[in-house]
Design a protein around this ligand. Structure first.
Ligand SMILES: [Fe+2]
Ligand SMILES: [Fe+2]
Length: 407
């Protein structure tokens, strides 16, 4: 049966995963028979979904149906993707195990494939090593802040903003309104009844949270013109959405209160690459083909060719557009999270990016799983045992929100 909404839960069903509240506290152990009292407790503690034992809820059952040769091949391929990661590390070992399982269950055949760069001639490194300097000096022009982003920024910055103020700004864009309502009515929130007004969503979820979501969606939908010969836009958005969802669920497991901020940070974490691909296609193609021929991690290849990487590019944009500081903290530092002024949320995005690359949901151009910052992991205080449920929750939410990628 798998993951079901709390409202569909019935006494007598058996748990296939332990149920924990949003801060990770155990409410009921795996294998327990659910009673009416348990359902009431789950609702009180904000649990929206549980994993129920049944025909397709068990990972062993689904694995058992697969051809062993196919699993061995998936394992081999996944091992190659983890070539820059230390598979002896307990967290990476668990992410690897879950990635093999996930890749055995789901395949994204055509959409996820990167454009074949084999035919793209890798030129000598003609990259612009002063790219960062030119960026800082304003010689490389980044886009101007769009009015809706500017207005959402104002609403977020003003502590007196009301639900109506936000609704007014959001309503100016019908596509943004529709997307926000889709998110608040999806398993991402799991509200029992339909929410049909932005002002109601603001009342239920919070002013800053809804404005933050609106801001993140508005920003990422502005850059929708990656040249096809570089990367599929759909694939890029899948990577971004999955990273946002996983960041938010990890934040809930860590007990952080601002989970929307983590979703938006994950959604925008590789925005610098989107800018690079859209505005500097020639440099981008060269970097991608060089990374392919050297098997180097993409952000290191960017450093090599440009003297900076996608995080420096996005930092410039976040500052120019005066977006909330928390985004700079989480997005700029996602490859180097211990350096962030607030390391914990940056570490969560760092981890979510590793998990998203491992699972293979979309790509931002990177072919490998980025290495885990051991110091960051040690300071986080999460157990790898939570990854299984994190990925299950994330998968469920991802498929429910996938259609929002048609932005
Ligand atoms: Fe990145
Ligand atoms: Fe990424």
């Amino acid at each position: 049966m798998g993951i079901i909404h709390i409202n569909k839960l019935k006494p007598g069903m058996v748990l296939d995963e332990a149920v924990k509240d949003i801060s990770g506290r155990l409410l009921l152990k795996k294998g327990k028979n659910i009673q009416s009292a348990h359902i009431r407790i789950f609702k009180i503690w904000g649990v929206t979904e549980v994993n129920i034992r049944g025909n397709n809820g068990s990972k062993n059952t689904s694995d058992g149906n697969l051809d062993p040769d196919k699993i061995a091949k998936i394992k081999d391929n996944t091992q190659n993707l983890f070539r820059h990661a230390d598979l002896e590390h307990p967290a990476l070992k668990e992410i690897f195990r879950i990635s093999v399982e996930f890749r055995s269950q789901y395949s994204f055949p055509e959409k996820e494939k990167q454009v074949d760069l084999a035919t793209t001639e890798s030129k000598q490194d003609t990259g612009n090593h002063n790219f960062l300097q030119e960026l800082n000096q304003g010689n490389i022009t980044l886009p101007e802040v769009p009015s809706i982003v500017f207005e959402l920024n104002e609403v977020i910055a003003n502590p007196l903003s009301s639900a109506e103020d936000i609704a007014q700004v959001v309503h100016r864009s019908p596509s943004l309104t529709a997307l926000l309502l889709k998110i608040v009515n999806s398993p991402f929130y799991g509200f029992p009844s339909k929410i049909d007004k932005i002002s109601l969503a603001v009342t239920l979820i919070g002013t800053r949270e809804i404005s933050g979501l609106a801001l993140g969606i508005s920003v990422i939908s502005l850059f929708n013109n990656i040249p096809k010969e570089i990367l599929s836009m759909h694939s890029f958005l899948r990577h971004s959405l999955a990273c946002g969802i996983i960041s938010r669920i990890l934040a809930a497991h860590k007990g952080l209160p601002q989970t929307e901020q983590l979703f938006v940070s994950g959604l925008l974490h590789d925005l610098g690459r989107l800018i690079l691909y859209s505005y500097f296609p020639e440099e981008s193609l060269n970097i991608l083909s060089r990374a392919r021929s050297t098997n180097m991690l993409l952000y290191l290849q960017e450093n090599d060719s440009l003297g900076c990487n996608h995080t420096h590019i996005v930092k410039q944009l976040l500052q120019q557009w005066k977006l909330p500081m928390v985004l700079e903290n989480n997005v700029f530092f996602h490859h180097d999270p211990c350096e962030a002024p607030q390391p914990v949320p940056a570490i969560l995005v760092h981890l979510a990016d590793i998990m998203t690359n491992g699972l293979g949901i979309g790509t931002s151009g990177e072919r490998f799983v980025p290495p885990l910052d051991n110091k960051a992991w040690d300071s986080l205080g999460l157990s790898p045992s939570c990854f299984d449920i994190v990925v299950k929750q994330a998968t469920h939410q991802f498929f429910a929100l996938e259609s929002m990628l048609e932005i």
